[in-house]
Ligand binder design. Structure first.
Ligand code: SAM
Ligand code: DTB
Ligand code: SF4
Length: 327
């Protein structure tokens, strides 16, 4: 996998719009060809009360957002949601916790490990996003059956400290390295619409292109401006800027799942269609993200049907693919 220098990404991104999305579509067709979109179910297994000050997040304890702090869900409660997700056509189940990071040896982490062991028997990809990890915690998650670990860079290294002050961009990179050393796939992307420049977005992609192995999936989130957070008044992202970023991501990561993540509830069907054309091939599916709203499942099925896209087929009897490694 070659890394992409910033100047190259900028050149790709700045082409005339139709040239860019056509190039991205060609890359998509070379590597994917089947018009499949992966449906991923997201579940917040531990909501709110987080020590961190991420300016976009409704779950930070520092902001009055109306999100109630909840206990870690039990394995049985989570399994019930996971079974329903599989029955509704999801092939990936992602569990998120509002933690700064994992504390090894605690009963909470042991419970998460047991949950992963149970969920991984259902034949979906199992993704978790639990904050910072040590090498040992990463190894334990891998052994329990996690296929991918989500840990976003969120923005450029230059802009990061304007969004978060309680941990650093380097902390994020350190956790990602621990995930890779343990042999889990990395799901890593960011958020647009936080007041960053286009250059910040491309810098984030540049850092991602230096990952070895490359990320298995790249979530592109549009900021959901959550009431009570410092970013509550941010205006929505321009749809052509979003499509350009999706297209550039597809070109830079031909084999990654490019996930059109948070913020779809504010996108028109036409805007989402543009993003699929530009190479997005995965979405979060179901009425809720972690705390925020997502389009209704029925509306998503209708959209995919109208576009002739098909939900990714379940992994029949075989287990989901293990870590997707280098090109
Ligand atoms: N606490 C863990 C962490 O920070 O990695 C895991 C959960 S955190 C909520 C996962 C990701 O959700 C963040 O990195 C961010 O990219 C995304 N996210 C959170 N709030 C968001 C919002 N309001 N709009 C868009 N994306 C958001
Ligand atoms: C990711 O990149 N986006 C998801 C998932 N990974 C964990 C989270 C979106 C959260 C949106 C805001 C909320 O629901 O609170
Ligand atoms: Fe906590 Fe994660 Fe939200 Fe930051 S993004 S406040 S670490 S839950």
């Amino acid at each position: 996998m070659s890394s992409y220098p910033f100047e190259h990404l900028e050149k790709v991104y700045s082409q005339p719009f139709f040239d860019l999305i056509q190039q991205a579509r060609n890359v998509y067709l070379q590597h994917w060809q089947n018009n499949e979109v992966q449906l991923c179910t997201l579940l917040s297994i531990k909501t709110g009360g987080c020590s961190e000050d991420c300016a976009y997040c409704a779950q930070s304890a520092r902001y009055q957002t109306g999100v109630e702090t909840e206990h870690l869900m039990s394995t049985d409660e989570i399994l019930e949601v996971a079974r329903r997700a599989r029955a509704n056509g999801s092939t990936r189940f992602c569990m998120g916790a509002a933690w700064k990071g994992v504390r090894e040896g605690t009963s909470a982490f042991d419970s998460v490990l047991e949950t992963v062991r149970q969920v991984s028997k259902l034949g979906m990809e199992v993704c978790v996003t639990l904050g910072q990890l040590t090498d040992r915690a990463a190894q334990q998650l891998k052994a329990a059956g996690v296929t991918a670990y989500n840990h976003n860079l969120d923005t450029s290294p230059e802009f990061y400290s304007q969004i978060v002050t309680t941990h650093t961009f380097q902390d994020r990179l350190d956790t990602i390295r621990a995930v890779q050393r343990a042999g889990m796939s990395v799901c890593c992307g960011g958020i647009i619409g936080m007041g960053e420049t286009v250059a910040d977005r491309l810098r984030m992609l540049e850092v991602l292109t230096n990952f070895d192995p490359p990320p298995e999936s790249v979530p592109i989130n549009c900021l959901m401006a959550m009431p009570g957070t410092p970013l509550e008044d941010q205006p929505p992202v321009d749809v052509f800027e979003l499509t350009r970023l999706v297209a550039t991501t597809r070109i830079a990561f031909p084999r990654a799942k490019v996930r059109l993540s948070a913020g779809r509830s504010r996108l028109s069907r036409e805007a989402q269609a543009l993003c699929f054309f530009a190479g997005a091939n995965s979405i979060f599916y179901g009425n809720r993200l972690l705390t925020a709203q997502n389009p209704k499942a029925d509306a998503d099925h209708e959209l995919l049907r109208d576009l002739g896209l098909i939900p990714q087929q379940p992994f029949s009897d075989s287990p989901p693919p293990a870590a997707v490694l280098a090109e």
